[in-house]
Design a protein around this ligand. Structure first.
Ligand code: DAH
Length: 344
């Protein structure tokens, strides 16, 4: 019996050597350590052996069982390790290949230009604030010298929200100018502020018109502010945005909330002033409206127009990248076409 046990041990180890996957290993376990294995049967039948043989055979059988069990664990570990390193061989992983590129987000062209404009004004000491897109008729029109039935309301095709909220009307602001009033109600001069934000118009969209677009409003109120301050500030802005060389035109215009009112245009980049489709064959592209804050507007917010004066301006934001990059359709900005947006 001792010989049988030793043979059995040697055979089991021999077979284990040849096992090279976990399925075979399990079969081996059942064969040599399972309930019906010879070893288990011998262990079970110890009690029936003659007394003098029992200790020797018992001790050897138990020892063999232990070594087989530990050999089994060792083999299991080996197979697992082999499995972990084997995909490299079987899949022929080429570690010299470049990794997969992760798509990186970027700022929308409008956000980029807004940041640039804000930086220019921050350097001049202006504060940057924002205001509500949903506005009262009072701030959007009334307080800016555009009462009901005033013909200037025609300039702003308005998207009304409700026309009677306790006698007041609510709308999507048609420009950022209402923030002039909100700011002057809140603060006393000196005021120097710019307001970037969205404006809305009830308009059929085409290459140069969108129903939603961005403006940057500017306002400066203090003692002794003159038209020369306005001109200096805006020319500086144009130089920062378009470079020293670009021509800037400054001439009269009309807006009810300023007196005098002006319009700023820059030389068309498409044709260098000769006239083209981009500038409507005029050689100039208007980029902002501005003027000296109307005395009635100041008086309405309790700022004495005899003591104080101010200038204001409103800039169309999308115009600037359109000029810069020769983009000929404003609708491209907000139609979420990544092929367009990824270029900036
Ligand atoms: N709010 C005007 C518009 O949307 C632009 C404008 C003109 C703003 C003159 C001003 C200004 O502050 O002084 O057409």
């Amino acid at each position: 019996m001792l010989k049988q046990l030793r043979d059995l041990h040697a055979q089991a180890l021999d077979e284990l050597d040849k096992v090279d996957n976990s399925r075979e290993l399990e079969l081996w376990r059942v064969r040599h350590l399972g309930k019906k294995s010879t070893l288990t049967e011998i262990l079970r039948s110890l009690a029936t052996l003659p007394l003098e043989e029992r200790p020797k055979i018992g001790a050897l059988a138990n020892e063999i069982k232990k070594t087989l069990e530990s050999s089994l664990e060792e083999k299991k570990k080996l197979l697992q390790e082999a499995l972990l390193s084997s995909p490299q061989k079987s899949a022929r992983l080429d570690v010299t290949l470049p990794g997969r590129a992760l798509p990186i987000g970027r700022l929308h062209p409008t956000t980029q230009i807004l940041n640039e404009i804000c930086d220019v004004f921050k350097n001049m000491g202006f504060q940057v604030i924002e205001g509500p897109d949903v506005e009262w008729d009072y701030y959007n029109f009334e307080a800016l010298n555009i009462p009901e039935h005033h013909p200037a309301r025609e300039m702003f095709a308005t998207l009304w929200i409700d026309t009677d909220v306790g006698g007041k009307a609510r709308l999507l602001r048609t420009h950022t100018s209402p923030m002039q009033i909100r700011m002057m109600e809140r603060e006393r001069p000196p005021i120097r502020v710019i307001v970037p934000g969205r404006a809305y118009r009830y308009e059929a969209t085409d290459a140069t018109h969108e129903s939603m677009f961005y403006q940057v409003e500017g306002l400066a109120v203090d003692k002794g502010i003159t038209l020369a301050d306005l001109k200096g500030t805006l020319f500086d802005l144009c130089r920062c945005l378009f470079g020293e060389e670009r021509k800037v035109r400054f001439r009269c215009d009309y807006f009810p909330f300023v007196e005098p009112g002006v319009e700023v245009a820059i030389g068309c980049s498409g044709c260098d002033g000769a006239g083209c489709r981009l500038c409507g064959y005029s050689g100039w592209i208007e980029i902002l409206g501005a003027g000296m804050v109307h005395p009635d507007v100041l008086a309405r917010v309790d700022i004495d127009p005899e003591l104080y004066s101010g200038f204001a301006f409103g800039l169309g934001v999308e115009r600037i990248p359109m000029l810069h990059y020769g983009i000929d359709d404003i609708r491209l900005f907000y139609s979420n076409d990544l092929r367009f947006l990824r270029q900036f």
